[in-house]
Design a binder for this molecule. Sequence first.
Ligand SMILES: NC(=O)c1ccc[n+]([C@@H]2O[C@H](COP(=O)([O-])OP(=O)(O)OC[C@H]3O[C@@H](n4cnc5c(N)ncnc54)[C@H](OP(=O)(O)O)[C@@H]3O)[C@@H](O)[C@H]2O)c1
Length: 310
Amino acid sequence: MNAVRIHSYGGPEVLSYEEASRPTPGPGEVLIRVHATSVNPFDIAVRNGYMHSWFNYSFPLTLGSDVSGVIEEIGEGVTNLSSGDVVYTRAGVFRDGANAEYTVAFAADVVPIPQSLDHIHSAALPHVTLTAWQGLYELANISAGQTVLIHGAAGGVGHIATQLAKLRGAKVIGTASVNIDFLSELGVDQAINYTTTAFEDVVRDADVVLDLIGADTQQRSWKVLKPGGILISTVQAPSEEIAAAHNVRIGFIATAPPIGPTLTEVARMVDSGQLTPHVSTILPLREIRRAHEMIEAKHTHGKIVLQVVH
Ligand SMILES: NC(=O)c1ccc[n+]([C@@H]2O[C@H](COP(=O)([O-])OP(=O)(O)OC[C@H]3O[C@@H](n4cnc5c(N)ncnc54)[C@H](OP(=O)(O)O)[C@@H]3O)[C@@H](O)[C@H]2O)c1
């Protein structure tokens, strides 16, 4: 099979589209023929070596986590899936991933794709939706009438988080720059262009801040929260001391199994028209370097998906 692998850490030039052996599913695993996969900033962090101290990767390493495809083979003991099932999941966070023609995943994490979506749009969902779900539904447990500020609302996680927050009846304030028009399409109540307006000048008494940016953006977020509010980040763990000084709570997102039940619920929400993934760019798998460069430019509109089966 062909796969995108790295043999050392570095820039986009270390991404190699090359022949690799087809993985074999172990007990409790399935082999998926990948039809579409995607690129997330996590993959760039892995490629750069930033994740080295958390995950015990060895080279060559196949990148990528999102997959939508068809079950090719089932491993010993798998009873919930059969060959030919059309499925999606997040694979490969701890090992070889899904930027390949075939990938292996834990059967418990693998569920049918939304019936109303093709592989391209299904592959856009898992990583970003699990992230937004954990942040807003599990850590913040947002409710109707609350105000949620989402930094980076037009990107992969942000465009799903915005929809999840609106579904719970929250008021959503989102930040973006070149993608600001996309925020109104998503139903954001108040869009802030972060290049022309300091959000802390116009936002007060937020119940939740979802920080998808980090650094200075996170530091300036404390003062917009109401007492008892919560600052949740995907990028860097917020300081407990500063939180205590502001009388607010903190959360840091690190999604882990079980993911199957959430992905099943996500498919149901998509099929009932409540949630829509937006794919702005589709590239062939072999052009993955372009996808990494686009993510590194930090202006992604929704998701960038890699097509594997044409
Ligand atoms: N901890 C976890 O488990 C976890 C999981 C998923 C993601 N993450 C992290 O979360 C972050 C977001 O992920 P993602 O997939 O959403 O990234 P993404 O799709 O690359 O985000 C791109 C978006 O960020 C916006 N943006 C850039 N600079 C901004 C700023 N200063 N203020 C507000 N918005 C800004 C851009 O809007 P404009 O183009 O309009 O400027 C663009 O739409 C990444 O750092 C990723 O590594 C962590």
